[in-house]
Each structure stands twice: as C-alpha cells, then as structure tokens.
Design a protein around this ligand. Structure first.
Ligand code: BGC
Ligand code: ZN
Length: 366
C-alpha cells in the first residue's frame, strides 16, 4: 500500500513510499485496531520535518512516514477491543511511551526522557498511509456528528492540554479566576485555543499580524472573541487598552513574540508557550526588566507539548460544544483539501507557499 514519507536529513524529500499493509496481530493481547485512513492534516511541524529541521526515522529505516493529524474509520478490531467497533470514526494520539514513570501511567505527553516517540514526527511512522494499526489505548473515538471537523481533533487536543495545564498550574493561586486572555497567533492552535477559552467564559483577544478583514479574523469574531492585528495595535499597545491579561497562550511559531509575551502578562498570571520553533533564531530581551517583574508579580511560564488521551477527550467536548454554540464557524478552519496522497507536491506547496491556506489536509480515501 501507499504512504507519504520523507528522508530525514534531506530537505524536500517528500515522496510516495510502498509499504506492507499492517495487521491487527502486530499488537499483542488482542488489543489491535486497524484503521482505514480517511484524512490527514499537515501543519508547521510537517513543514519543519520536510525542511529537515526536525524529525527522525524509526530505527532501522531511512524514511519516515509523515502525518500526525489523522482521521479514519475502524476497519477491524482485535478480540480484546470492546470500546471500538468497525465503522467507528476515530483519531489517534501521537506520542508513544518511553520508559519514565509518566509514560508508565499513560501520560506519554509528559515523558521525562529526552527521547520521545511521536508517530509521523520522531522515531515512529505516521498516519499518511492507507491503513495503520495501533493499540486501542491510542485510538480515540470521534463522534459521527463531529466527522465534518475530522483532522482538527489532534490540534484541538494540543490546545486543550495547554489550557488545562495553565489551570492546573494556577491552582497554586488558590482563587485564580482569569478574566482576560490573549492568544498569540491565529493558526489552528491559536483559533482552537480561542474557542476553548471562550467556552471557559474569558474575554479573549486573538492577536495576529494580518489586518482584518480576513478569514482568520472572521473565525475569531465568529467565536465572539476580538481579533487584533498587531500591525494596527501592537501587543504592548493593546495592554494599555485592556490592562495586563491573566493568561497568554503563544502559538505564533515566532520565538521573539513568545518572549515579548513575558512583558505583557499581569501579576499572578501565566504565559503558555506551545510553538515548536525548530530554527536557531536569537533575540535580545530586556532581561532585568522581565526578571524583576516576574519575581514581583509571581508570574509563571509554562511549556506545553503534545496531548494524551484525556486531552483528546477534552478537545472533542470543546469542539462539540463549540460547533453547536458557534454553528459553521469551526469548519471554516478546514480551508485546503488535497485529493489523494499522490498529490503530495501540491500539499507541500500549499503548506509552504500559500499564506491563505489555514489548514491543508489530504483526502486519503472516501
Ligand atoms: C504535534 C504534537 C507534537 C509536537 C512536537 C506538534 O505539531 O501536533 O503532537 O508533540 O508537534 O513534536
Ligand atoms: Zn502538529
């Protein structure tokens, strides 16, 4: 069967790879699930992998099958699989366990080991293929009523984790009750974080470079949040209007902004960094100023990566509520389908060159 792969270390090496069709018997204990892949989304991480800035092949292979945002349908299940059946729509978590205590309790997203295993990204093959097999533990059911939001499940899980982590960490404040949040960046993570924060009742400002009107601004406004073009109102100017926010989620992929956020968050507040910046950019920061403000303000900086099954389930609940609260808004994120894995060159072109392509995904099968 066909798959889309890259050769790690070689930029622009995206190609079709012939691989054997997997079988549920590869998974022990009757826990295997065979998934027929319907759609796979690509994001900035795939762009970095294709640029050879990020990602590694599984041991023994010189290629990595890409794709970590998957949507598919269960084709066959092992004897021990009770909560899934053929015909169910599903997505899959991305990280697979290492050996740390965090991995052993199902929180692979929190591994304390330097090496991490991620399907489609690092040391494990991904989902851009006709079929894949995995243990039922990593397969998450997607309600049929959300199947029109298909490849958003994985990015939503990352946004859900980032926000949940912020709330978990802020239990240190005993009575933390955030009112104002900034979301930096209006890519998929920024927009989905905007949704989750709105559902938690915050006043949300989503900051992005491009001037409104544009699609991202219309999605932000559709979620009853405020879109701010930083060309018109830079973040520090916005702070003068709104006061310092209680929470800032950075999802820009641009590290200087992640540091600038540290100059804007309010006392007792939290900044969450979610971007994977595979480059080697450096920037100057007013370190004394940040240092004293952070100490005097008891502020917290939190990094958040990946998501475990619980976050997928949280994300699915947010998407479900968001889809009925703001009908038709979330599906506007899904801008650019590409038909068939053989059109991977078009997929990469859209991902790299088309600034209007908010979400590129491949229709792998009907
Ligand atoms: C993926 C995450 C992953 C992270 C780091 C993101 O694009 O969505 O699942 O943990 O990259 O590799
Ligand atoms: Zn991703």
């Amino acid at each position: 069967m066909k798959a889309v792969a890259i050769r790690p270390g070689t930029p622009n090496s995206v190609h079709l790879q012939e691989i054997p069709r997997p079988s549920i018997n590869e998974i022990e204990g009757g826990n295997g699930v065979l998934v027929k892949v319907l759609k796979v989304g690509v994001d900035a991480t795939d762009r970095e992998i294709a640029d050879a800035l990020y990602g590694n092949a599984p041991e023994g292979d010189d290629y990595l099958i890409i794709g970590h945002e998957c949507f598919g349908v269960v084709e066959e299940v092992g004897a021990n699989v009770k909560r899934l059946k053929p015909g169910d729509f599903v997505t899959a978590t991305v990280r697979r366990p290492g050996g740390s205590i965090y991995d052993l309790i199902g929180t692979n997203d929190m591994t304390s080991e330097e090496t991490y295993y991620e399907r489609g990204i690092n040391l494990r093959h991904g989902f851009m293929t006709e079929y894949f097999v995995d243990d039922q533990e990593y397969i998450v059911r997607v309600p049929e009523g959300l199947s029109h939001l298909h490849v958003l499940q994985e990015p939503m899980s990352c946004a859900a984790k980032a926000i949940h982590q912020a709330y978990e960490a802020q239990r240190r404040m005993k009575v933390w009750s955030p009112k104002v949040a900034y979301v930096l960046g209006s890519g998929q993570i920024g927009l989905l974080a905007t949704l989750s924060l709105k559902l938690r009742g915050l006043e949300v400002f989503t900051l992005s470079r491009s001037e409104a009107p544009n699609l991202k601004a219309s999605i932000v406004e559709g979620l009853e949040a405020t879109y701010v073009s930083t060309k018109v109102t830079p973040m520090k100017e916005l702070v003068k209007q709104t006061g310092k926010p209680d929470l800032i989620i950075d999802a820009t992929g641009f590290s200087p902004i992640a540091f600038e956020a540290m100059e804007c968050v309010g006392h007792n507040g939290v900044v969450v960094w979610t971007s994977i910046t595979g480059g080697d950019r450096t920037t100057q920061v007013p370190s004394d100023k940040i240092n004293i403000e952070w100490v005097l303000g008891n502020k917290l900086l939190l990094g958040s990566v990946n998501a475990n099954r619980t976050h997928f389930e949280m994300g699915i609940r947010d998407l479900a509520l968001g889809d009925v609260m703001y009908p038709g808004v979330l599906s506007k994120i899904l801008t650019n389908p590409v038909d068939g894995m053989e059109n991977h060159a078009e997929m990469m072109r859209l991902l790299i060159e088309d600034d209007n392509a908010l979400k590129v995904y491949v229709n792998v099968a009907e």
